[in-house]
Design a binder for this molecule. Sequence first.
Ligand code: TYD
Length: 214
Amino acid sequence: MIDCKHEKRGKFITFEGCDGCGKSTQLALFDQYLTSEKIPHIFTREPGGGKISEAIRNLLLDGKNSEMTDECEALLYAAARVQHLHDRVEPALRAGQLVICDRYVDSSVAYQAGGRGLPETFVRQINAAALGNYLPDATVFIDLPPEEAFRRKHGADPSDRLEQAGLDFHRRVYAAYKKLAAEFPDRILSVDGRNTPEGIFQEIVSALRKKNCL
Ligand code: TYD
């Protein structure tokens, strides 16, 4: 089990949202901001962020793996997550760095439980068994309904197994995110994804400052 009571730990911030919500744009803006403010930080992403978890990522996102069961998918995400925590997140937090992670356990609740329809207790339990109560200090949820995301993207990317699942799947993912945001209002900071990129960015920075994460 990972020791979270270490002194001078950095803060752990995760970014969440439906595919195409503008997360990558905000992560890039945030990176520029942290660099210009000279705040020591690392950016990382799930699934991935290390040799083993990148190998699991390739398995998960490969369009040829369409026979993968939903349970196998959920377990692989949890496996990639615990390895990634061990390899990248925890060492950086212990070194006092701010860790920004593109997706974390909320993605599993939203995609594997909400989207795929696995029981939420199963998804929560496998993650809890692997991670304990290892939660971020703050989670930024970019709230953009999937209809709007699809419109912006001019349709799905056909080579991506998850994007093929279509609009109904993404509607369920979005509903699960909204439920999580309502359930954990202290941790999950919702920002309106329909705002301008600059407006969203300002909202994110001020919300994170209020939470003493910056
Ligand atoms: P990626 O190409 O990194 O997309 P994005 O830029 O939207 O994050 O692919 C990650 C995909 O994996 C994305 O569709 C969400 C999905 N995913 C899950 O289904 N469950 C999870 O636990 C995680 C972390 C991601």
